[in-house]
Write a protein that binds this ligand. Structure first.
Ligand code: NI
Ligand code: MN
Length: 227
């Protein structure tokens, strides 16, 4: 799997030639100004919830690529109104089989209003299972005991967890989440984009290290390989 960071909580994950794009928020992100949103590849766009900082470029990228968008039923209704045609609505607990593997929608403890104030349903995270490995994309969420179910449900090889605090869990709670999901290989997200979620990166790394866990903080535009 190749993982590319587009800033904030937006990642591309390439699995066996298929491109998954999570929570596209690129063009409004000053930190991601070197990313050309017109060239970001997508066969699937996974949207955890309706907040602007997760959906800003979804319509544009979906229309350009005709990627299939996976999201909550309420986000589906909203995207359809914006003219997006290839959408697969899901809800928490549901799993779908796709050409690269399975996607299961899991609980996220957060909120999910859409940019125009429409109701966005419940926020979600995703567990991705494939022949090349399994991972958890938490979306925006607090630490919740339900994460234990994820660790019991599947072996998680690595996970994208929010660490910016204030709107989601922060570093200390993300370290506890590692134990709940039984995975010590973490890619951090949802930090430093806004003043409210600025973190001390060195301290975050140090805390993970002390806990015997690995925290990867990717540079925007960087691609890394997993497994
Ligand atoms: Ni949010
Ligand atoms: Mn957010």
């Amino acid at each position: 799997m190749n993982i590319t960071y587009y800033g904030h909580s937006c990642f591309g994950v390439e699995i066996n030639g298929r491109n998954l794009l999570f929570d596209p928020f690129i063009s409004p992100n000053e930190l991601a100004k070197n990313i050309d949103v017109e060239t970001v590849p997508a066969d699937y766009i996974l949207i955890s919830h309706g907040h602007e900082d997760h959906i800003a470029d979804a319509v544009k990228i979906a229309k350009r690529t005709n990627a299939r968008v996976l999201c909550s039923y309420e986000v589906y209704l909203w995207l359809a109104k914006q003219g997006v045609e290839n959408i697969h609505p899901m809800n928490i607990g549901g799993k779908i089989k796709l050409d690269f593997g399975n996607v299961k929608a899991v609980l996220a403890v957060h909120s999910s209003g859409l940019p125009d104030g429409s109701y966005g349903g419940n926020p979600m995270g995703f567990v991705i299972e494939s022949a090349h490995g399994n991972f958890y994309y938490a979306g925006d969420t607090a630490l919740t005991y339900d994460m234990k179910l994820i660790g019991e449900y599947r072996q998680i090889d690595f996970a994208f967890l929010p660490i910016g605090d204030n709107f989601t869990m922060g570093v200390d709670n993300a370290i506890i989440a590692c134990d709940f999901i039984n995975c010590d290989d973490i890619i951090g997200m949802h930090y430093d984009t806004f003043a409210f979620i600025k973190i001390d990166q060195a301290e975050a790394r140090h805390k993970f290290e002390r806990a015997g866990k690995e925290l990867t903080l990717m540079t925007i535009g960087e691609t890394i390989n997993k497994k």
